[in-house]
Design a protein around this ligand. Structure first.
Ligand SMILES: Nc1ncnc2c1ncn2[C@@H]1O[C@H](COP(=O)(O)OP(=O)(O)OP(=O)(O)O)[C@@H](O)[C@H]1O
Length: 590
């Protein structure tokens, strides 16, 4: 191998291949985005990531990855030539040439290792950045305008958002890159190795017919026939693997549910029913796994036959030309090697077809998720503004999603120091009125003016975040060090917990419901909001505790506009006014 010449040749080859591939890839990319449904889906998800104005880095990285992919193709061509040279030296018993070949290999292998590692690093770095970017885009869309909550009102809410955010985002980035670069690699390699094989092949005598360059045609026919059969035998595996994912996810979900509702199941002694369900789900997984095993036996069996035959096939075809001294041993070995490469590259398109079906499912799930976010954002929202220190409802109408009127034309003003109690029978719309005031209920018209400053909503089952008790007490603000938290705990009669303020526990499972409700009152006292909305927030307390909690709030937060929802008559004494929801939208203020 003439190194300086090879360096020039390879550089020129790379330059030419890079320019041609880049132009074709750009044109193909443009046509796919323009004319194919999935191309459009791809661009909708990630077009902004490739915006050079925003950030040129991803595009530059991609250009570098393309370069190293083509470099890889060139390296395999050089290795193929090396095989030829090496075996030629053995055939000629030329020791000098043999050692030259060994040194050449050292250089080639070193370049190959550096190239492969650089390529690996660039690929990983690009996929990680892409994944980070897409995760952030979807996560902020999901959180910012409360789509995670409001999307439940859509006709077709996005199922399993957790899977879409975690698994699909990961697969999208990795598969987009591996499929696109895989296609480029396979196409360029196919062209290169077809050229090599073309040069090595002579006239093939097949059943008395002479086919010039027959070897090249034979390899294509061989691979096409093998591909068709492999496709037919392997096809059921796609569905079985998909089913495997789904059955495992269902089993996991049932196990998580058992943990979540452990206490209720234990009280009911429901282990039998739960066990039956878990076992039946698990046996579904095992049944499917056996189907995969049997199908894989056939599939792998076929693949073994094909690959074992491919190992000797090119030798058989070239044998006659070798023994009649038309080609060297090097040519013979290079033929086998090029044959193998070509077979690999052409097989790529068969396996890519399967991957592509999975990729389209990922695209559908992710664009469905973006649709759900956009639709949730465009659901109507009540007009809410903040002004002064009173709460005003003007001409407020609230309906259910089905159009049943819950509150008709409500007009009222609530001042600090004059708390309002909302009453009404179950299902009359009390909680929904609070949701409307919080801006969470899309099905309402009218105007809501909330006092300026912070609002706090306490529900019957308070939300406790993961973390320490201190985090739970300050939620959603950041926890503060110091002994104010302990003082507040004592006030809400949770003094026995003050030594455990900084313990990381599943507090939602440890604290009783009454304790959780008192913790929520502590949160209210710490946050000192301008308005507070309490939805059956004392339902699990006895009347004495309820009295203490309300007395605390009224004494410590006299400037807070307070609205409660509740059924108990003991609540009356803590509220200056009562709003009674009478059904069909009628209401009465007392
Ligand atoms: N997401 C929803 N989709 C459809 N209907 C809903 C939804 N949320 C609430 N509703 C309906 O709206 C009505 C009012 O519900 P809401 O929870 O406000 O009642 P409530 O007065 O607070 O009842 P309770 O005293 O039992 O807590 C109910 O008929 C309920 O079924």
């Amino acid at each position: 191998m003439n190194w300086s010449q090879e360096l020039i040749n390879s550089s020129l080859w790379l330059l030419k291949a890079y320019s041609i591939t880049l132009i074709i890839a750009l044109l193909a990319g443009w046509a796919l985005v323009r004319f194919s449904g999935w191309g459009r889906q791809f661009w909708r998800l990630s077009g902004d990531f490739f915006s050079i104005r925003h950030n040129p880095r991803p595009t530059l990285l991609l250009l570098a990855i393309l370069f190293f992919t083509l470099f890889g193709v060139r390296m395999s061509v050089l290795f193929s030539q090396w095989y030829n040279q090496m075996y030629a030296s053995l055939q000629k018993l030329d020791e000098r040439l043999f050692w030259v070949a060994m040194w050449s290999f050292a250089v080639l292998a070193s370049v190959h290792i550096v190239r492969a590692l650089t390529s690996f690093y660039l690929n990983q770095s690009f996929t990680l950045h892409w994944r980070q970017w897409l995760n952030e885009r979807l996560l902020s869309g999901w959180l910012d305008k409360q789509a995670y909550f409001r999307s439940q009102y859509l006709e077709t809410p996005a199922d399993n958002p957790d899977q879409r955010l975690q698994q699909d985002v990961t697969s999208f980035a990795a598969m987009s890159l591996s499929l696109s670069m895989g296609v480029i690699d396979a196409l360029v390699s196919t062209i290169e190795f077809t050229i090599i094989l073309w040069g090595l092949s002579g006239v093939l005598n097949l059943f008395g017919t002479e086919i010039p360059r027959g070897m090249v045609f034979v390899v294509y026919v061989y691979v096409i026939i093998a591909t068709v059969f492999a496709f037919k035998i392997g096809r059921p595996l796609i569905r079985l693997n998909f089913l495997n994912e789904k059955l495992n996810a269902d089993y996991r979900y049932s196990l998580v549910r058992l943990r979540e509702y452990g206490e209720s199941v234990a009280f009911y002694r429901g282990e039998g029913v739960e066990g039956d369900k878990l076992r039946s789900r698990f046996s579904g997984i095992i049944g499917n796994a056996w189907a995969i095993v049997y199908r894989s036996l056939k599939f792998q069996g076929f693949n073994f036959i094909i690959s074992q035959t491919a190992a000797v096939f090119p030798f058989i075809i070239q044998a006659q030309r070798f023994f009649s001294k038309q080609i060297t041993l090097g040519d013979m070995v290079q033929t086998a090697q090029a044959f193998g490469q070509l077979q690999d590259n052409l097989s790529f398109f068969r396996s890519a077809y399967d991957d592509f079906a999975g990729y389209r499912a990922v695209l559908d799930r992710l664009t469905g998720f973006v649709d759900a976010i956009e639709q949730a954002d465009s659901l109507p929202s009540p007009q809410i503004s903040t002004r002064g220190d009173v709460l005003t409802l003007s001409a407020l109408n609230i309906q259910t999603p089905q159009g049943r009127i819950l509150l008709g034309d409500a007009n009222l003003t609530i001042k600090p120091g004059e708390p309002l109690l909302i009453r009404g029978r179950s299902g009359s719309g009390k909680t929904t009125l609070l949701r409307a005031i919080a801006g969470l209920w899309p099905y309402c018209e009218g105007h809501i003016i909330r006092p300026e400053g912070r609002s706090i909503f306490l529900s019957q089952k308070p939300y406790l975040p993961q973390g320490t008790l201190r985090d739970a007490l300050y939620y959603p603000s950041a926890a503060e060090a110091g002994d104010e938290a302990a003082k507040i705990l004592a006030l809400v009669q949770l003094g026995h917990l003050s030594s455990r303020l900084d313990e990381n526990e599943e507090w939602a499972h440890i604290l009783s419901l009454g304790e959780q409700q008192r913790l929520a009152f502590g949160r209210l006292l710490l946050a000192r909001p301008q308005s507070a909305f309490l939805d059956e927030a004392t339902s699990a307390m006895d009347e004495g505790l309820e009295h203490t909690m309300y007395a605390l709030v009224r004494e410590r937060l006299p400037q807070t506009v307070l609205i409660s929802v509740g059924h108990r008559s003991t609540l009356n004494s803590h509220h200056a006014h009562q709003l009674e929801l009478l059904g069909e939208g009628r209401w009465q203020l007392a």
